[in-house]
Design a protein around this ligand. Structure first.
Ligand code: GLU
Length: 510
């Protein structure tokens, strides 16, 4: 492959970024890096009715979080500026006009009422299609049915019009998809898509072709949902005389819901209790915030690994891949064309693996943030030890503070466990041991030795005293080694907990 590879991620800034969108970014990014090419971000914002404030910044923030920064884009510029389609508005019209002049497109003056009436009529007549297509265009108000004079008069009068592609009636066209191989279409099945809208803005179909050409895009990877648009794009490449520059396309498989069939939607995530967006998305219209993978407690490296495995495989048993490994091993040929089912449990497994293998220092700022969000302030040194004790026990970053809540406060007592173990004799035993701690140095190994010696002297087994020690320190049977916890909590907090717990057990459990 030449070093001229140029790929693009071309989102419409309309809302939160679905994990399928991030996977599209990832596959573009991996391909670009593998071939020492360029990864371009282009904002496709020509549909002003769908534009959402803040969505572009959100996309950039996602790219930063995932560490997949574009080489060119609206925020950094590049040789093909501008990278926002709304700012390129004047550059599209001439191509639409060229297509009209060539006879591959036409002006259409139909009002929305006329279009509505056409659809209604076709429905009542029992037509299977109510599209504006080859079968109806000659009955509509457009430059194919009006005289040249009428068309000129309408254009001069300022009457709103659109430019539509004239889809050939009965042609078979095809292209070679990098994942699917040869894909064939019947042109008569596509409608005469609008290319230029009444406000002078291009539609996605025209803009994507013009910009992929002008920006010298060599490979275009996008979701499978764009496959039905491919015939229109193919014809535009051909009609504009750019066929030899057409990028190689790959239509990425859908990410499917875990239960049943169909594309994974945000609603599935809400229903099944997992994130679908990369990061939290706040919808100003509804006032609702949709949870993202980042805020749910996923590490970006894990998130990337999860996405890579949704549709791609290396052909080996390896499941954990660093970005570097992915760059080296990625190839479009190993992307499946069948949809990939999303499995949240597996996603969590990846995250768990990443947390366990990430250095405490790297986790520190993340854990400090989630502690501070809960109003908990501890020194970095303290948190580093806390991370060390907890990292094998958590699945999500948020678990540090959620599952490790007993480090900050005894949140609840597992009374069933306590009841099984508590009696007058045990109370005396625990009290004796606690009294010894009063004079001990709070170093894990010393505390452990002291406890072992105590058990020998008292002739008791670990099972007689250690569970109680843990329950009175943390309220639960879970958690890291009890002496490590005592060391981290320090003498004052530990002793306070023991006294409080013994008094509580004594009054609550009879
Ligand atoms: N703007 C399209 C989208 O929002 C991009 C499709 C493409 O990559 O061609 O997904």
């Amino acid at each position: 492959m030449s070093d001229k590879v140029r790929v693009r991620f071309a989102p419409s800034p309309t809302g939160g970024l679905h994990l399928g969108g991030v996977r599209t970014i990832l596959f573009n990014y991996l391909f670009a890096k593998k071939h020492q090419g360029k990864f371009i971000l282009r904002i496709e914002d020509t549909d002003q009715t769908r534009f959402v404030e803040g969505a572009e910044d959100y996309i950039l923030e996602c790219l930063k979080w995932c560490n997949m920064l574009p080489d060119e884009g609206p925020h950094i510029g590049g040789p093909f500026e501008p990278y926002r389609q709304s700012e390129r508005k004047p550059s599209y019209k001439k191509y639409a006009e060229q297509l009209v002049a060539q006879g591959n497109a036409y002006y259409a003056f139909d009002t929305s009422e006329e279009l509505e009436a056409m659809r209604e009529n076709r429905k009542t007549e029992g037509n299977s299609s109510s599209q504006y297509d080859y079968s109806i265009r000659m009955q509509m108000k457009n430059s194919l049915t009006l005289s040249k004079e009428q068309v000129d008069a309408l254009l001069n009068s300022g009457k709103p019009y659109v430019i539509r592609i004239k889809m050939p009636e009965n042609e078979t066209i095809s292209f070679k998809d990098m994942i699917r191989g040869e894909v064939t279409f019947q042109t008569s099945l596509s409608d005469d898509k609008v290319l230029l809208k009444a406000d002078g803005m291009p539609t996605y179909h025209l803009a994507v072709v013009v910009d992929d050409y002008l920006m010298q895009i060599t490979h275009a990877f996008r979701g499978e949902e764009w496959l039905p648009s491919a015939p229109v794009h193919l014809l535009l490449w051909k009609y504009l005389g750019w066929e030899s520059s057409m990028p190689q396309w790959a239509h990425l498989p859908l990410i499917l819901k875990p239960d049943g069939n169909g594309k994974l939607s945000k609603r599935d995530g809400d229903r099944l209790g997992f994130p679908v967006y990369a990061m939290n998305w706040y919808d100003a219209k509804t006032g609702e915030t949709t949870i993202g993978f980042r805020e749910r407690g996923f590490l970006p490296e894990a998130f990337i690994n999860i996405l890579a495995m949704l549709g791609w495989n290396s052909g080996t048993d390896q499941e954990i891949f660093s970005m570097e490994e992915l760059i080296q091993q990625f190839s479009m040929e190993r992307v499946n064309h069948a949809g990939a089912k999303f499995d949240y449990e597996k996603a969590k497994w990846f995250n768990q693996q990443y947390i366990a293998h990430t250095s405490n220092e790297k986790l520190l700022p993340l854990v400090q943030t989630s502690l501070k969000e809960k109003g908990i302030y501890r020194t970095d040194e303290w948190v580093l030890t806390f991370i060390q004790l907890m990292k094998e026990r958590v699945v999500l970053l948020t678990d540090f503070v959620e599952k490790g809540g007993y480090f900050f406060d005894i949140q609840h007592y597992d009374l069933d466990q306590i009841k099984k173990r508590w009696n007058e004799e045990k109370k005396v035993l625990l009290q004796k041991l606690v009294n010894l701690f009063e004079h001990a140095s709070f170093v894990s190994a010393d505390l452990e030795q002291l406890t072992k010696d105590f058990m020998t002297v008292e002739n008791v087994k670990p099972g007689d005293i250690l569970p109680l020690l843990r329950l009175s320190l943390a309220g639960t049977m879970q958690g890291p080694a009890v002496f490590d916890m005592m060391q981290l909590l320090g003498k004052e907090d530990t002793m306070h907990r023991f006294h409080k717990s013994i008094a509580f057990f004594d009054t609550t459990i009879s």
